[in-house]
Design a protein around this ligand. Structure first.
Ligand code: AMP
Length: 462
């Protein structure tokens, strides 16, 4: 493999500003060693994976990658709380790729990654595809609601992947043996879960996790805290071999959730953020705007007119409000979209060529935004966690989130991976004020009123 190695740029020779000058040979050697230590090369990943890292433009591992990857590639269980947007997906993607690299000839799903929404599953799948693209024979599959179960079945039967990424409801549905299997009782909430209804058809189970060796849950507090989803995860978990590696990740995690997560693990390597203060993103400028509900639209339009943005995400509290606000912005000729489908009766409102009628799924819409075909996204909290769109530099809480956890996740959509960003929250009710106070107390930040003019240098990357 020496040939392949030579083709790769060597991170250790990266003349990043960390080099010290004129301190003699000894100090030069020390500096170089330090630089080398900060490189991905030290993780001793396979060359094909290193090639993927270089092609993705990753130069140095982030803090969370440093803290987790060396342990993860030893097969240790990992429970990791890390800032959003600082590369935690790549922790489990790179580790899993390394761990299965020599086992691609073996049959069956070896890695299962669960996320709480189809958008997150889709995004994780793409991170695997990007970083694993040079691994010959590697097969990656995804299974989530909103798409055809028959296609998932076909994929699993004909071309079973080594790595499967999915939402708990759909994965569980695919594991259920159809014929003679107990069907959910009518009226039970479970019945309505994404993808499960179709599992009621008489079909044989196509997904076996008998050979699974790595079980990963992303945004694990969201998955564990929601009882229905936790039950699904438990049902999936008990059908996997006892001996396996378990990794769970989130930016937020209460002590109680942490305790529940640990029940899935054996002596995990825990990454805990000691102070919540450290959870807020360094390059993110945060402001509030105190106003009345009826002033929100004018304020928003003024802001969109005056601020410089690459892409903006506007959070609202319901799908109905997302559709209404998106409609208003489009009428005002802003390049706006939403992840949610217009109800059929309003489908005629969708514009030619960019029609966002019911026939467009959420994934297609997400891709549209990621591809920069629209610059403003109006959405509910389904976009609030884990979503990574590089060009988003402004987040607006048109409606305040319900709690400080969600605030942190939402504003983390801007200022990702050390870039600058701006987050503005509209505070109109007493409840909004309360949440804003919780945010400031918990993360020990002072979030001032937005000034009439915001200096672009504060939120635009040079
Ligand atoms: P995540 O926090 O996993 O959503 O990652 C945020 C963004 O950072 C994604 O676009 C990743 O592809 C990117 N990223 C992850 N690790 C690195 C790295 N070491 N260097 C540069 N970018 C990275």
């Amino acid at each position: 493999m020496a040939g392949a190695e030579e083709e790769l740029p060597d991170f250790s020779e990266d003349a990043s500003g960390t080099k010290q000058e004129g301190n003699g040979e000894d100090s030069k050697a020390k500096t170089e060693a330090a630089i080398r230590a900060s490189g991905f090369r030290d993780f001793m990943l396979q060359e094909a994976i290193m090639k993927g890292i270089v092609e993705c433009g990753f130069e140095h591992p982030s803090e969370v990658q440093h803290a987790c990857i060396p342990q993860a590639i030893l097969g240790t269980d990992i429970l990791c709380q890390a800032k959003s947007g600082m590369g935690k997906t790549a922790v489990f993607v790179l580790s899993c790729l390394q761990l299965i690299a020599d086992k691609l000839s073996e049959k069956g799903v070896q890695v299962l990654v669960l996320g709480h929404t189809r958008e997150l599953a889709y995004q994780i799948q793409h991170e695997f595809l990007r970083l694993g693209k040079n691994m010959e024979g590697l097969k990656i599959g995804a299974a989530y609601g909103g798409t055809s179960m028959d296609k998932d079945r076909e994929m699993l039967k004909k071309n079973s992947p080594h790595i499967l990424i999915g939402t708990p409801g759909r994965v569980l549905a695919l594991m259920k043996p159809g014929k003679g299997a107990p069907k959910p009782k009518k009226g039970k909430k479970d019945e309505k879960k994404e993808g499960e209804a179709e599992a009621e058809k008489d079909e044989e189970s196509v997904l076996s996790l008998a050979h699974l060796s790595h079980f990963i849950v992303d945004e694990c507090d969201r998955v564990i805290d929601e009882l229905d989803m936790r039950k699904d995860v438990q049902k999936i978990f008990i059908q996997t071999p006892k001996k396996k590696q378990v990794m769970m990740f989130s930016a937020t995690m209460s002590d109680e959730t942490r305790g529940i997560c640990k029940k899935f693990m054996q002596v995990p390597h825990e990454i805990v953020v000691e102070s919540e203060k450290k959870l807020t993103l360094d390059g993110l400028m945060q402001y509030t705007a105190a106003l009345e509900e009826k002033q929100k639209n004018k304020k928003l339009i003024d802001m969109l007119d005056s601020l410089e943005f690459s892409q903006v995400v506007i959070f609202v509290s319901s799908v109905k409000r997302a559709l209404a606000l998106d409609g208003l912005l489009q009428e005002c000729k802003f390049p706006s979209m939403t992840l949610h489908a217009l109800p059929k009766e309003f489908a005629y409102k969708a514009k030619d060529g960019e029609s966002l009628g019911a026939e467009h799924g959420r994934i297609e819409r997400l891709q549209m935004f990621k591809d920069f075909r629209k610059r403003i996204l109006v959405t509910t909290d389904i976009f609030g966690r884990g979503m990574d769109v590089e060009k988003v530099n402004i987040v607006i809480n048109y409606d305040m989130p319900q709690d400080s956890d969600m605030y942190l996740h939402r504003v983390g959509r801007a200022g990702r991976f050390g870039t600058k960003g701006l987050a503005v929250s509209y505070v109109s009710s007493d409840k909004d004020k309360e949440v804003m106070k919780q945010v400031q107390d918990r993360f020990e930040v002072e979030i001032p009123q937005m000034p009439a003019q915001v200096d672009t240098a504060l939120y635009l990357n040079a």
